[in-house]
Design a protein around this ligand. Structure first.
Ligand code: UDP
Ligand code: MG
Length: 326
């Protein structure tokens, strides 16, 4: 402990900023603001971070009072900064907007969800790992009992499939992490439109560390990741994007493929009963089976072509409308 204190004192104090994406979070913001600002003040008082450290709330095109609540915080507290996106771009893009808009202004960036389900009590430990040399410190959930059994199992299945398909992710790590300015500079060089942030950081390298915590339940408001969004997020992680018509082809292929099994049974029964002319059986089966397989393949290829299509267009990944307390 003494040694830790000493290294803290000897170390040049770094400027930290929390990046908090918010989408329709009016119910939780007040309590989140209080907790984050308390933590900030404690870390500043303990000389763990520079006194110019801040909290940045990114309003991802909320339809409720989220932005006016953020503006109120900005008015009464200059440790708070607000970034308003022009519409809802999604969690990953809100994080990117927050990080990129603050690039160059801070030494350390900590991203955390607005509902504070991730335990900000470990930020101090993250800072310690960072001072020991880690450029990226991952927050890893070691206990997910607060999530429903369904959410846990689908999430685990998701990690497993991802890893099988070669997308390296840190097990049980979402988007609660600390990164320093060097890691951020490298992260911002990944210009992809189809953004899956937690798949990018393991590609960056540098020294990393894990910090473990227990994920809490969401206290107020509802999850912005219902089953539909979760499934789609998982899919994006694998192919990085989607193009609906191509996906329909894939679905059609799957249905045809399954249907071919029924066809096989019917054709076989007809064949056994001797109701068919010679040659019919051997023609029918490949038509059904390969028809299905081909459509599945077409759908998957289409998925990647669709991805290239959106990458080539290189549309802006987010649009900032306003920044408070710049
Ligand atoms: N979020 C966002 N844009 C969206 C959806 C969500 O900025 O389109 C934010 C949301 O406000 C929260 C974080 O992303 O801060 C994670 O969402 P949530 O807590 O609802 O997801 P869960 O924890 O249920 O997976
Ligand atoms: Mg949450």
């Amino acid at each position: 402990m003494q040694l830790t204190k000493l290294t803290t004192l000897l170390h040049k104090m770094e400027k930290l900023i929390f990046i908090v994406p918010c989408y329709n979070e009016e119910e939780v913001l007040e309590s989140t603001y209080t907790k984050l600002d308390d933590l900030l003040c404690r870390l500043i008082a303990g000389k763990e971070i520079d006194k110019e450290s801040k909290v940045c709330f990114v309003d991802d095109g909320s339809r409720d009072r989220t932005w006016s609540v953020i503006q109120d915080f900005c008015k009464k507290n200059n440790r708070v900064r607000g970034v308003k996106l022009s519409r809802n771009f999604g969690h990953q893009y809100a994080l990117l907007a927050g990080l990129e808009s603050q690039f160059g202004l801070f030494d350390v960036y900590v991203t955390v969800d607005a509902d504070l389900q991730d335990d900000i009590g470990v930020v101090s430990e993250m800072l310690l790992r960072h001072r020991e040399g880690a450029s990226i410190v991952y927050g890893v959930r070691h206990d997910r009992t607060s999530d429903s059994v369904f959410k846990r199992q689908t999430a685990e299945l998701f990690y497993r499939i991802m890893n099988k398909l070669g997308v390296k992710t840190i097990l049980n790590h979402a988007d609660f992490r600390l990164i320093d300015k060097n890691a951020l500079a490298e992260f911002l060089k990944f210009r992809e439109v189809n953004l899956f942030i937690r798949g990018i950081f393991p590609l960056i390298g540098f020294r990393t560390a894990n910090v473990y915590y227990k994920r809490k339940e969401r206290e107020l408001g509802a999850s912005k990741y219902p089953l539909k969004k979760m499934v789609s997020f998982a899919w994006e992680g694998i192919t990085s994007f989607s193009v609906k018509p191509m996906r329909l082809v894939l679905l059609l292929g799957l249905i045809t493929f399954l249907f071919s099994f029924l066809l096989i049974i019917w054709v076989s029964i007809s064949y056994i009963k001797g109701l068919v002319i010679p040659g019919w059986f051997s023609i029918m089966i490949p038509i059904a089976v390969f028809g299905g397989i081909q459509m599945i393949c077409l759908g998957i290829i289409g998925e990647y072509i669709g991805k290239m299509y959106s990458e080539i267009k290189a549309r802006p990944r987010y649009i900032i409308e306003l920044i408070e307390n710049k």
